[in-house]
Design a protein around this ligand. Structure first.
Ligand SMILES: *Cc1c(COP(=O)(O)O)cnc(C)c1O
Length: 368
């Protein structure tokens, strides 16, 4: 890998291939794979990630919002795209761009039908979302008759899938809760299929669901974090490779004396002669203030350099007293080792949060 001269997020597309193949190997052979590429593909650049996954014959994509789906269509993505949380103001755009909405309430259902009818659609694919315990979005099981009655009264849309979302698939202490969710999903789907008279696709599992509940793969699984290299457990992490490495450089080195302070509000005060390095990455790039004041650390020449003082908007300062290094040297914030998960844990966060936080001003570089 080439040395960097500025802050970059390096994305290893070969690792993405390996993670995809591993997830596929853990998924029932008949089951389709939907790649979740919401939030800029968890910070990695949705268009590039989706293009690469299309070459691997992924079956479906999901995004959270309509504009994320529009960006994928603009990038030339042709695979079906499920929009998990569309707002009714965007329904016309959603139809214009062949995006498929998650329908999670009677209001959303009725509004979507109105727009689909106005747009002269027939059998437009929609995905009916049920709440089985996460209590976030979704119909209740008791809504089945009302939904299927509404669906039977229009030719404009049809239920391409029925789905739900697990609340704690990575937490084996919640196995009974998850098994109840799986059972409830089966009961609701059976009732739905009976009432509607055809069989939509069924899907329930996210990444940890794929790994921990093979009996619940149904017709499709929805994976996000696994594709990007995290298995949500120490054991599963060993089967995945983080695809993103956040790198930067040392802009300047200072030597300060006991009593000198570093950064805004003088939170760090040296108790002895200390060498510090200033790195061009800050909270505006996604390294939140919670990583400051000794919590987070970066890696310089394979040694840990703690972040000292407050995180600034565009910079952090790290302690390099015992690390031989020079201005211009490369530093690693996270990557294959230490991983984003390790970095996130230093400030009570999780891989999902830190990788999606890396802001758009950080240049993405793709390794093929
Ligand atoms: C984000 C999301 C996923 C992906 O979850 P991972 O844990 O990243 O695999 C799947 N389904 C829904 C509904 C989601 O919102």
């Amino acid at each position: 890998m080439e040395k960097v001269h500025e802050t970059v997020l390096e994305i290893d597309l070969n690792a993405l291939t390996r993670n995809f193949q591993y997830l596929k190997s853990r998924t029932n052979p008949e089951t389709k794979i939907l790649a979740v590429v919401k939030a800029f593909a968890y910070g990695n650049d949705a268009s590039e990630i989706a293009k690469h996954l299309e070459t691997l014959q992924v079956d479906y994509f999901a995004v959270a919002y309509t504009n994320e789906g529009v960006a994928l269509r603009d990038a030339g993505i042709r695979t079906p795209i499920l929009v998990l949380h569309p707002q009714s103001i965007n329904f016309k755009t959603l139809i214009d761009r062949c995006l498929e909405p998650s329908i999670y309430s009677h209001f959303v259902l009725n509004t979507f039908i109105e727009v689909a009818e106005a747009e002269k659609q027939s059998n437009y694919p929609v995905h009916i979302k049920f709440n089985t315990g996460l209590n976030r979005l979704g119909f209740d099981g008791a809504d089945v008759t009302k939904i299927t009655t509404t669906l039977k009264n229009t030719k404009s849309i049809h239920a391409k899938s029925i789905f739900s979302h697990l609340a704690a698939s990575e937490d084996l202490n919640e196995k009974i809760f998850t098994e109840n969710q799986i059972q409830l999903f089966k009961t609701i789907s059976d009732a739905f299929i009976n009432a509607i008279g055809y069989k939509p696709m069924l899907h329930l599992c996210n990444t940890s669901g794929v790994l921990n509940y093979p009996e619940a793969h149904f017709d499709m699984v929805r994976s996000g974090i696994g594709l990007y290299g995290f298995g949500n457990s120490e054991l599963e992490d060993t089967h995945f490779t983080p695809i993103a490495t956040l790198k930067s450089i040392i802009s300047q080195i200072h030597t300060i004396e006991a009593g000198d302070s570093v950064g805004y509000n003088r939170v760090f005060k040296a108790t002895k002669k200390t060498k510090t390095a200033t790195i061009p990455i800050g909270h505006a790039d996604g390294i939140g203030r919670q990583y400051g004041n000794g919590k987070g650390f970066i890696t310089i020449n394979n040694q840990k350099a703690p972040i000292i003082g407050n995180v600034c908007m565009d910079m952090i300062m790290v302690d390099i007293t015992d690390i031989p290094c020079h201005e211009g040297d490369e530093v690693i914030i996270f990557g294959k080792n230490p991983t984003a998960n390790t970095f996130a844990h230093s400030a009570n966060s999780i891989s999902y949060e830190i990788i999606t936080a890396i802001s758009q001003r950080v240049k993405r570089v793709f390794l093929k």
